[in-house]
Structures are given as C-alpha cells and as structure tokens.
Design a binder for this molecule. Structure first.
Ligand code: NAP
Length: 255
C-alpha cells in the first residue's frame, strides 16, 4: 500500500490514546490521513506524544475530548473536528471493553456499562459522523469489533454480546448508508498485546491456552496488525467492501 493511500482525507479515531487506537491513528497518518484523536483526556502525556508523532509525519492533527459514554459531548467534539479539519472521511469506532465475570454474576449496571462503552457509542457516534459524511458525499466507517463477537469466550458474556451487536450494527449501517456513499466495515481481532490484555496475558496458563487457540499462527497479535487492516478497509482499495467483519485472529475462528 502506498503512503498516499489516504492522502487528503481526514480520519477520526476514538479511544486513540493507547493500544490499538494509537496504532490505528499512526497507521492512518502514515498512509496520508490527517487525524483527529478522540480521547478521554486531551492533556494526557501519551496523547500529547501521539499528536507530536502524527505532526512529525507531516499530517494535521487535532485532539478532541471524547468520553464515548458522554454522547452529547461526543457530538460537540465531532462538530469541532469538522470545523477544524474541514470534514471527516474516515471514522474508526475503537472504544470498547468488557468485564470478566460469570454470566450468573453480571449485574445490570455492568451490562449497561459494557454496552454503553462498546455498542451504544459506536451506534450514536456513527450516526452523527454519518450526517457529515452524507453532506460531503460519502465516507468510510470501521468498527473495532472482536473475535468475541464471533465466538463465545467464557466469562465474557456481556462483552461478547456487545461485540456481536457491533458486527450486526456494521451490516445494518452498511445497508442503510450505502446510498450516501458511506461504507461500514468491522474488524474482529483475536488477543492483541495492549494494556487491556496485559493482566490476562501475563498469566502463563491463560497465555498458553490463548496461543493454542489461535489455531493457525499460534501467537498473540500486535496492534499494528489490526491497524493495517483498518487502513485497508478505510481506503479506496476497499471500495466495494461494505458490511463485512474481517477476522484478524491467526485462525482462531477457522477451527
Ligand atoms: P486498552 O489497551 O484496554 O485501552 C483502552 C483504551 O480505551 C484507552 O485508549 C482508553 O483511554 C480508552 N477508553 C476507555 N474508556 C473510554 C471511554 N469511556 N471513552 C473513550 N475512550 C475510552 O484497549 P485496546 O486493547 O487497545 O482495545 C481497543 C479496542 O479493541 C476495544 O474496542 C477492544 O474491545 C478491541 N479489541 C481488543 C482486543 C485486544 O486483545 N486488545 C481484541 C479484540 C478487540 P484512556 O487512555 O483515557 O484510559
């Protein structure tokens, strides 16, 4: 893929401060996009460092406060990105997460929190960005789902169902918004080395079991391996691809 694949476009990435979101923001910038970093704390040191890295690539960057559970604030942030960078061509709904808990113990409060962070945010942030995309004649949305939305992971029922809903949301929005030139896709990563998975993966038995279940390649993924797929789906190389969820799972779901 050439470094100009996304040249002249503007991308908004949620939960961009760390992990997979950070890798996606950098990869999009490396492929030519100006980048808006949606983060909980715009003044946090990792976000400031990331913004500097994007600028060093010669791209424009803006940082906007986006706690994705505060949708009113997100709508204000999205409008601010359009005001500052002119448009939003690419939206990456990266925010998401879960609580490891037996389904017998999941409280309504925990369930609602997981779905608000993962699914409701993707729905309503997409909705507001899509209004701008429709006015501009099109765009591309990539949702960061999970293999947890394709297969059941014991102890993660609230998370698995929230990610399965993200995958179905991807299809629903693709079918509704194709008429506006908006493509909507998802990626479904296996376990990736991030702060979020560090506690689980530092347990030797859990890590060995995970590597075994990554059925073909038998290794944990890296954030850049998710980012590369997101950049592909975001760009013109994927111009006929919409409504799909691409597993990035080393073969976990193939077995
Ligand atoms: P992570 O390392 O756990 O980092 C969490 C990120 O989410 C941080 O940037 C954090 O911001 C942000 N965040 C948390 N709550 C937020 C909120 N309410 N509003 C906005 N941002 C919020 O995350 P990750 O492992 O990179 O995961 C990123 C995405 O990939 C998630 O949707 C996750 O479900 C999905 N995924 C991850 C894996 C994996 O193995 N890592 C596998 C499949 C799918 P702060 O810096 O402010 O805390």
């Amino acid at each position: 893929m050439s470094s100009t694949t996304l040249s002249g476009s503007v991308a908004l990435v949620t939960a961009a401060s760390r992990g997979i979101g950070r890798a996606i923001a950098l990869d999009l910038a490396e492929h030519g996009a100006d980048v808006a970093l949606g983060v909980r704390d715009p003044d946090a040191a990792p976000t400031i460092a990331l913004a500097d890295e994007v600028r060093a690539l010669g791209r424009r960057v803006t940082v906007v406060p986006m706690d994705v559970t505060d949708l009113a604030a997100c709508r204000v942030a999205i409008d601010a990105v359009v005001d500052e960078l002119g448009t939003i061509d690419v939206l990456v709904n990266n925010a998401g997460g879960g609580i490891v808990e037996d389904a017998l113990d999941v409280t309504e409060e925990h369930f609602d929190a997981v779905w608000a962070l993962t699914t409701k945010s993707a729905f309503f942030i997409s909705q507001h960005v899509a209004k701008h995309m429709r006015s501009a004649g099109g765009g591309s949305i990539v949702n960061i789902a999970s293999q947890a939305g394709l297969v059941a992971l014991p102890g993660e029922s609230a998370y698995c169902t929230s990610k399965a809903a993200v995958i179905h949301l991807t299809k629903c929005l693709a079918v509704e918004w194709g008429q506006y030139g908006i493509r909507v896709n998802a990626v479904a990563p296996t376990f990736i080395e991030t702060d979020g998975t560090e506690p689980a993966l530092s347990d030797d038995a859990f890590r060995a079991d995970t590597v075994e279940r990554i059925a073909a390649l038998h290794r944990i993924g890296q954030p850049r391996e998710v980012a590369a797929a997101v950049t592909f789906l975001a760009g013109e190389g994927a111009s006929l691809i919409t409504g799909t969820a691409l597993p990035i799972d080393g073969g976990w779901t193939a077995r």
